[in-house]
Design a protein around this ligand. Sequence first.
Ligand code: GLC
Length: 534
Amino acid sequence: MTQELTTPAAVQERTRPRTGWWRDAVIYQVYVRSFADGDGDGVGDLPGITARLPYVRELGADAVWLTPFYASPQADGGYDVADYRSVDPLFGTLSDADDLVREAHRLGLRVIVDVVPNHTSDQHPWFREALACGPARERYHFRPGRGESGQLPPNDWESVFGGPAWTRVADGAWYLHLFAPEQPDLNWDHREVREEFDSVLRFWLDLGVDGFRVDVAHGMVKAAGLPDIGAKEQAKLIGNQVLPFFDQDGVHEIHRHWRELLDGYEGERVAVAEAWAPSPERLALYVRPDELHQAFNFQFLTCPWDAERMRATVDASLAATGAVGAPTTWVLSNHDVVRHVTRYGGGGQGLRRARAAALFTLALPGSAYLYQGEELGLFEVTDLPDEVRQDPAFHRASGQDGFRDGCRVPMPWTADGPSLGFGAAAPWLPQPASWRGLCVASQSGDPHSTLELYRAALALRRELPGLGDGTMSWLPAPDGVLAFARPGFVCTLNTADHPVQLPLPGRPLLTSAAVEFGAAHASLPAESAAWWAI
Ligand code: GLC
């Protein structure tokens, strides 16, 4: 499936010395609204983040990924962009973005920003122009309706957030929106759309960003003729099969072009795909040598706590990305999914498993993304009052991700203050009282805390030459236990709910729970992971 590398930029790519920094980078996701509030309005912002960058550096990450901070009516937390080249006043100014990038670079952190190419905001000048009819409509997907008077949507596609993927405008035509009605889908067959995004990418690259997280990277191209799917509850099919609006082969041409554009810049700028592809093999197409650098491994994120299934997912992922020469990009949580402490069962069990999963994941070959607050062991907030929720999917019945506010609750930094150190005012979503004990200040310096576990793991990852990029091999292990070796190193994971004995794998380096060991044997506690030097 690998494409021939024939374009001039691709040839240049092969001959130019590269560091491949991204191949094993640990990248920390900052959800901009919820990280740190610098101006005391209850919402996180860019100056707040800049002030907290030393924390990310001290944690041991290599880069930050910032969610969208562009001018936006915030119909979908900023994923509805009205101006791709300006900063929303809620989050600061362009000069604040510039300061953030400069300060990150001074600290040795790279900066990845979101780009949202599948759709604009309905307040984007292009869409306002399109409402007035005429050729401006061709930048979007406008169609006449079905039925005698065009009263029915043009096809049976459903929005990911629930309800039909079409909305009718005053003159009777319908426009396509795979997400909220405030997010009309762009028509990527239109030359101006492609040119505009080249220019947007260049704008941020010129400002100094190190790369992009490509929102809905699998969605820009729709099957010709926009055919019916013939199935209900389509959101449930996402990631399981190829749909006429997702993972169409045509998207790869766009990614190849973007790679050429990125390669034209100094400093190895990168792109990571958010692509919900139905199989590891389909996902690997996004990271062929002349396409994007990384793609989030959602197969691993959605894998249940089961040793055999975790092993099979790791194997399938490494085989698929290995076949195209790319690393795998591990991720356990982000701003769209239930936090993994809660996915793994919540409470003490969820936290035990989450700590173990962190060590397991950070020992695998490849790159890893961390979602802000996972290093504190934060859980999903499931009891938010309806009136404070802002996720558009919550307000549109039966969508795929109806409860995404619970993973977006602002970070707790200190044990007191109106927002646990997030800012000077009450935060835009209330924090649970129990987060006092989970705040950064409470966990710092406590060797048993989750924060110190992450700090130690990331420090070791930098020190041990056998971690990061490279290969791994499975070792024999009892039922429910996974053990794998990397050069000079072994990782064990006991998924069982009881301790398991095994021959001593080596000298213990780091454990998610207290391991007992003698001269020849070790006892792995229930639901724990350990790193061993060999
Ligand atoms: C991506 C984003 C999500 C957003 C959607 C539409 O999945 O991660 O937050 O709602 O795209 O832009």
